[in-house]
Design a protein around this ligand. Structure first.
Ligand SMILES: Nc1nc2c(ncn2[C@@H]2O[C@H](COP(=O)(O)OP(=O)(O)OP(=O)(O)O)[C@@H](O)[C@H]2O)c(=O)[nH]1
Ligand SMILES: [Mg+2]
Length: 359
């Protein structure tokens, strides 16, 4: 394995003052390996490409300058496409990813990992000098990814820009890199078995300017939506909502039957009708919405059913609370108040069932 060639891809935009230190430090970390450092520069105005080329007399360096495209994610994918090495690494140019950690990434690949992530969120990792706001945004982004993209759940730092992988992970993968989060794209579209994370400390940028803008956060949400669509999670949510709608019909139908035909007490009828809709929702969700994670053995079906009941009961509580708050307290129309309750309860039911029942 130690014979494999390694391409370290470095996307750059105006990083002239960082390239020399980066190359020297990468050179030390990669000594004894067959490697190349590939800069993918988006026509920087500060002479980044020239500075990188000047180092090629001493180091195995390639410099690619793109003039028609801009963007970190697409620069990385461009790097995948124009290199031929078995092992591909990605690192920022600004030294916020300590180049020495590349040694640990390679060790993990040699030990059998298909994909290894330089991680800020495993023991020993962290971020230097981040404001509380930036920490919250970062954690929030990870939380959303864990919630809506189940494939990223075991990974503490799916937003990392520092990683290494075997070419087979991205070979033939339909990568659509929009924005910054190229690793997220790989986690959804790539092919891999073993992923590992190695800790590192995300350093403060010392030279050059950050390209991170507020728009990056909006781009992330768009990207998340696109990945949900492609990974089938959006369709799953729609199925869940449709099943929920069918539950309302079951509930109303049985309630009418029990009260009008059997003249049952309305509260008893309401409880029976509610449970009947929980049962039909559960079965439809198990064999339709979550068919890929369904319970087959009776014992696990029962466990899931109990969890589903608990969540549904709480969901019902949310609906009742919302009717009370928006109608009785605030004085809105009861149908509007109930509608809000249904939306909140549907989201609650969906998220909790994703997280707990059919995890
Ligand atoms: N090729 C290319 N590289 C880019 C582009 N935008 C950013 N980069 C590079 O991607 C890396 C990360 O960008 P940064 O601006 O440092 O983003 P960040 O590290 O998330 O944010 P800071 O912590 O504020 O620095 C750096 O090496 C940049 O030069 C781009 O549009 N094209
Ligand atoms: Mg940076």
């Amino acid at each position: 394995m130690s014979d494999s060639t390694i391409s370290i891809l470095v996307p750059t935009y105006n990083e002239r003052d960082n390239v020399t230190a980066l190359v020297e430090r990468l050179g030390r970390a990669l000594a004894g390996r067959k490697y190349e450092i590939v800069f993918i520069d988006d026509n920087s105005k500060d002479g980044t490409a020239e500075a990188a080329r000047a180092l090629a007399v001493k180091y195995p360096i390639k410099v690619i300058v793109r003039t028609t495209e801009r963007g970190l994610g697409s620069a990385v994918v461009h790097g995948f496409n124009v290199t031929t090495s078995d092992i591909l690494g990605v690192i920022d140019a600004d030294l916020q990813h300590p180049p020495e950690v590349v040694t640990d990434l390679i060790k993990a690949i040699d030990a059998g990992a298909d994909l290894v992530i330089g991680s800020r969120y495993v023991k020993g990792g962290g971020c230097e000098g981040w404001s509380l706001t930036r920490r919250i945004i970062s954690k929030g982004a990870i939380f959303l990814s864990h919630l809506f993209l189940p494939r990223t759940r075991g990974i503490q730092d799916p937003m990392a820009g520092f990683f290494m992988l075997r070419r087979s992970v991205v070979q033939g993968a339909k990568l659509q890199p929009t924005g910054y989060k190229i690793l997220l794209e790989i986690l959804i579209e790539g092919k891999f078995n073993k992923v590992s994370e190695v800790p590192y400390m995300f350093k403060v940028r010392e030279k050059g300017e950050s390209k991170l803008k507020a728009k990056t956060q909006i781009d992330y949400l768009k990207h998340l939506y696109s990945l949900m669509k492609r990974s089938g999670e959006l369709v799953r949510f729609i199925k869940f909502a449709v099943v929920g709608g069918s539950g309302v019909l079951v509930n109303l139908g049985i309630y009418s039957l029990l009260t009008r035909l059997l003249h049952m007490n309305i509260y008893t009828a309401q409880a029976i009708a509610f449970e009947a809709s929980v049962i039909s929702n559960f079965l439809l969700n198990n064999f339709f919405t979550f068919a890929d994670r369904k319970a087959n053995r009776a014992s696990s079906l029962l466990t899931k059913f109990i969890k589903f009941n608990i969540i549904s009961l709480a969901g019902y509580g949310i609906q009742a609370a919302s009717l009370w708050l928006f109608h009785s307290v605030i004085g809105w129309n009861d149908i509007v108040a109930n509608g809000i309750g249904i939306i909140i309860a549907t989201l609650w039911n969906y998220l909790l069932n994703m997280w707990w029942t059919w995890k």
